[in-house]
Design a protein around this ligand. Sequence first.
Ligand code: GAP
Length: 511
Amino acid sequence: MGDQQQFEKIISHAKEYGFVFPSSDIYGGLAAVYDYGQNGVELRNNLRRFWYLSMTRLHQNIVGLDSAIFMHPKVWKASGHVDGFNDPMIDNKDSKKRYRADVLIEEHQEKLRQKIQKEVVKAAKRFGDSFDEQQYRDTNPRVKGYQDRIDHMDQVLKDGLETGELHKIKELIEAEEIACPISGSKNWTEVRQFNLMYSTQMNATDGQDANLYLRPETAQGIFVNYLNVQKTGRMKLPFGIAQTGKAFRNEIVARQFIMRMKEFEQMEMQFFCKPGTEKEWYEHWKAWRMKWHETLGTQSEKLRYHDHVKLAHYANAAVDIEYDFPFGFKEVEGIHSRTDFDLKQHEEFSGKKLRYFDAESNESYVPYVVETSIGLDRLFLMTLSEAYTEENVNGDNRTVLKLHPAIAPIQCAILPLVKKDGLPELAEKIYQDLRFDFNVFIEDKDSIGKRYRRMDALGTPFCVTVDHDSLTNGDVTLRYRDSMEQERISIEKLAEIIRNQTSMNNLLKSL
Ligand code: GAP
């Protein structure tokens, strides 16, 4: 069940503590575009680094790539994005707001599901131990009525999108009396398809200007480099190519903070394999990616698989990994078995053979591809949602980000107890020694209690307090973020203790 209030708190926390700002904030922001602040960029870089290292260094047969955002316009014709990367949109004539027609319908279905759930809970109470939920769902006329409407909506939506008969979707919205959430009116325009790609112009000196697109996914950069990497890297099947980078989509409906952005970052890996082995690799990556999320500390009960029932025409299997955000379970990552669709399309449109010569079977074929695709910004939101904790400590409230220490923006804060008596100087010396290995922060303003709370709110796993005894004994107080326990540690041992807990290598080893 969603919790809007919790979500609002996470959004304001992200702004207040320098994680995420609206883009062009002083001009009032830009819808669905965000900037990462001083702490956000550290957390985001750490997440990206963990993904990249775990995909490449932990797999001998996966290599990296950094392809350009601009690509030849034919790429997007071949990939199907020019003709098929659309969202069905509908406008409310009174509020002048534009909506995704499929989302309006899905939200309406969700309301009906909630009604069903209420009926089921009521009936379970009434019937007690003898309650048979399935039988109730199958036979209760009101519940069955709701369910039939939900199924009918699925069918009309699917047919309307597949056949292009978008008037059927509008008729469905009218028949279900779906109202605009802003104006409350049911005064709708026709449903129209909008392409999600941004286009721009490349001026050429020969006058042959070209219309370019900003890439809507990073995957195509991998497909068009398949042969370059395979040949120059002397790669044998199966092998993978991984890359991270910006992608752009003209998402009309900007919602849910950094969940759906117009400019975002993807982390994608295409795994090229022999035709016929793709299902096996699909199962492998499905399980491995779930383990990856759990290794980062996400509770397994807040993660689930969601199999695609309706497969894209090029896929023979597809699943989402969903996380239970404060607004409910939503997709974070997709694992898709894309067959040989993309490489074959690029063969056709480029006129170049994109084959693999299999020395074992002495045959040439177009490899099949299993893709893992995750949005870095969604992963960031999931990580924040998972880490954000409010606690009551002896009658006092604290907000703490319980991030895995290896991805925390700041690994260690050095806090001189007072701004005099040589304590700032000793703190500075410790800072100078640790800064090569860790992201260290030094702070001498405010009371020590306030400084601890601020570091908790940033997710800093270690605070080191330098006091008068430190000058004579060579030791400091080390405070642990989650337990808030404190212990006296020799300054010489600090680096080793912090390294043990914050090392990304250890995190990689536990995968
Ligand atoms: N190459 C396959 C592909 O792009 P996708 O399901 O469209 O598949 C993959 O996108 C992932 O990219 C999603 O699971 C999500 O994490 C992220 N993503 C997609 N659109 C996004 C958007 N508008 N804002 C933020 N993240 C997005």
